[in-house]
Design a protein around this ligand. Structure first.
Ligand code: ASP
Ligand code: MG
Length: 414
């Protein structure tokens, strides 16, 4: 017998019929002898609608009320799921974040979980009751409702699994699992049966939007196995039909590249002829940080004879115009001759724990891109990831070529 947390995302509970179907999956796990705590998202589209209501209020300065509104979708689903389980004759009850004792900091809209009490919930699980928890929401020290950021129900689920010392956290969603790359672009993409926490974190942060990044960080920190699986297939989690995010193993290192992530939402800014001396980088990045602009890749070219150099960095495309004007304002203090920018760039990233022990990963990537005539604008590597920035229009071509070059479509990569 295991204790399983089953999380259903927005499409899995998209309407009442789907909630009933999801409840059947819960029933099927219970009938196999497992104890289950369920975490639910709002029905698909509901959180967007609630966000929309808030943004029509002219001055939206009270973020605590924003969270009070947008957390409401999960309350509805949790109650409906409890009712759906009761139809099968099970004792089930819903738990809001505050009832559960899911405590967060006061950062409305993107609160972080501090601790989960869950003792009352655990007690009732022992008595054979099914717990249905509203994801995405918590409560802060002032007893105000907080939310955990878009996609935050994943994090609620993993946190609950950790608090309950569950054996596994199953995340039911509208895809079969985590793929070697985006199957809409590369039809040969295959579902991985396993992926390590480290790889999943890279894939999540690099733009593969299956799991909220924070949920993967938390799973990794507490070594909680998380399975991503389809809500529309018959198999339930205990049959392990999805992708298990888990501890890396030696045989996983056989593969150099596990997956390829991409992000189209990038822009690049280059400062031409800045002085190559201490303090200049700080003068560039401190004002950007003050403007809350997140900088990603950074490269500086080798110094010219006259002691000048060029510096390029990437940012999210939506931050481009703001970043550009911040740097224009700081021109006097930074001292550059020109600002160049590219708005249509994409980042392609190879991810794999096997990179730690294999040489030549980058070389093969560059050869593959060169053979397709794709120019590389920026290169960045870390222990388990090699990324390049290219013109956005080549995203599909690059993904297909790289996916084939690393043999990712040939077998289950897990
Ligand atoms: N309902 C929230 C959202 O749409 C949280 C979640 O579904 O994970 O972002
Ligand atoms: Mg989600």
């Amino acid at each position: 017998m295991s204790l399983i947390v089953m999380k259903f995302g927005g499409t899995s509970v998209g309407d009442v019929e789907r909630i009933k179907k999801a409840a059947e999956k819960v029933v099927s796990e219970i009938q196999q002898g497992h104890k289950v705590a369920v975490v639910v998202s709002a029905m698909a589209g509901v959180t967007d609608r609630l966000e929309g209501y808030c943004s029509t209020m002219a001055s939206q300065t009270d973020y605590s009320e924003h969270d009070a509104v947008v957390s409401a979708g999960e309350q509805v689903t949790a109650g409906l799921m409890a009712l759906a389980l009761q139809r099968h004759g099970y004792k089930a009850r819903s738990w809001q974040g505050w009832q559960l004792g899911l405590h967060t900091d006061a950062f409305y809209g993107k609160a972080r979980i501090k601790d989960i009490q869950a003792s009352a919930l655990r007690q009732r699980l022992e008595w054979g009751e099914v717990a249905v928890v509203a994801g995405f929401q918590g409560v802060n020290e002032e007893d105000r409702i907080t939310t955990l950021g878009r996609g935050g129900s994943d994090t609620s689920a993993v946190a609950l699994a950790v608090a309950l010392k569950a054996d596994r956290c199953d995340i039911y969603t509208d895809v079969d699992g985590v793929f070697t790359t985006d199957p809409r672009i590369v039809p040969q993409a295959t579902k991985m049966s396993r992926v390590s926490y480290e790889e999943m974190l890279e894939l999540a942060s690099l733009g593969a939007k299956v799991l909220q990044e924070r949920s993967v960080e938390m799973a990794m920190r507490f070594r909680m196995p998380v399975q991503v699986l389809s809500t529309f297939e018959d198999a339930v989690g205990s049959a392990l039909p999805g992708t298990l995010v888990t501890e890396g193993t030696l045989d996983m290192e056989d593969k150099v590249v596990t997956g390829i992530a991409y992000s189209r939402n990038e822009a690049q800014i280059t400062l031409v002829r800045i002085a190559d001396k201490p303090g200049v980088a700080a003068k560039i990045f401190a004002p950007l940080a003050r403007a809350e602009i997140n900088v990603d890749m950074i490269v500086q070219t080798a110094s010219r004879d006259d002691g000048s150099t060029d510096l390029s960095f990437t940012i999210a495309r939506e931050d481009h115009d703001r970043a550009f004007s911040v740097l224009e304002k700081e021109k006097g203090s930074i001292g550059y001759t020109k600002l160049l920018s590219l708005k249509n760039v994409a980042k392609i990233s190879l991810v794999g724990i096997g990179m730690r022990s294999h040489a030549g990963v980058a070389a093969k990537m560059f050869e593959t891109l060169a053979a397709k005539g794709i120019n590389i604008l920026v290169i960045e590597t870390s222990e388990i990831n090699t990324s390049v920035l290219i013109a956005e229009e080549y995203t599909e071509l690059a993904l297909r070529a790289l996916h084939a070059a690393y043999g990712l479509g040939e077998e289950d990569a897990g």
